[in-house]
Design a binder for this molecule. Sequence first.
Ligand code: NAD
Length: 370
Amino acid sequence: MLNVAKRGIGMSVFSHPEFHQHEHVSFFQCEKTGLSAIIAVHNTNLGPALGGCRMWNYESDEQALRDVLRLSRGMTYKAAITGLPLGGGKSVIIGDAKKTKTPELMKAMGRSIDSFGGRYIVAEDVGTTVEDMNNIHTQTKHVVGVSHDGEGSGDPSPTTAFGVYTGLKAAVRYRLHRSDMRGLKVAVQGLGNVGYNLCKLLAKDGAQLFVTDVAQEKVAQAVKEFGATAVALNDIYSQDVDVFAPCALGAILNDGTVKALKAEIVAGAANNQLAEARHGDMLRDRKILYAPDYVINAGGLINVYYEHATRASGKAVDRAQVLAHVQKIDETSETIFRRAEQDGISTSLAADRIAEQRFMAKAESSHKAA
Ligand code: NAD
């Protein structure tokens, strides 16, 4: 176990601004493999906590703690709004994934996860891969996203992209009153695993794409494959388009970028798009319809949930069942848009309230039963 005080976190966990009645926060250290990790379980009212393992070269332990507390809470909301019997958790490994990651380190992480006895189920995240999940799988069964031949569902990104596209179409129908994507102008920021797959779906339906990425080769590929227009990194916000789809970084909706937007809709894959909660209100004031990130990027979570559920039953994952659940993002998005309009609040707040009602209601009914 990690000596918490020595690493400068001290007893500040309970009073941490990102601590929101988390059920369990554990610190792990393994001298032999160099593992320093934190696992946070925010809430398990609806079921075991499922969330990714992020490996990042944090500048301080405090930064790592902040990240794991914030991300694990976000997973509770995502699972609840998606209608999955799951709670919220997340783990972080402190270190440079390119330099210090080894199979042994990931196996030590697997043993740490196993000590939760199934209350926390791990998946891939930034800095971890399917191969890492395979290594974790040698030590614990509480892992999803392992490779196909290792009885898993593999890369969840195409399913995430399908969910984002479903939410984007719901927003287009709600705000622009159209269901035909032909000629719809969409600016996509980030052409990674999700962004590129989203472009594919949009291009297939005839949308006109405007794209940017720090990796110029990805931009060139999208120009060639989809006839997309290449846009400079900082110009992506001010494109004269119908939809802005952020699929790269978090916190990109801030004072400057929200003012610059010409799109009537923001719908993308990136996690934690709002720099601060008030930017949800700012979007609403500007009459921009925001499809909340954690609502429409839940396809990956749905994918791994079915992997977990079917593994226990010994059956193969039913792709049609997964896609049918992802398709519900359409209905959920519309419910959120309507609730926001009725209550005169931002869509981000409407989503939070619906999610809270679900996981808090479960806690209340359990207390009553007890
Ligand atoms: P990725 O790393 O494959 O792709 C991110 C892309 O963004 C890369 O091509 C990168 O070069 C580009 N990029 C980085 N900085 C940029 C910048 N300043 N401007 C433009 N492009 C930039 O990641 P991904 O798996 O495609 O995920 C994209 C986003 O969606 C992330 O925020 C991720 O957390 C979120 N998300 C992903 C999944 C999933 O299933 N992969 C699920 C839920 C949420």
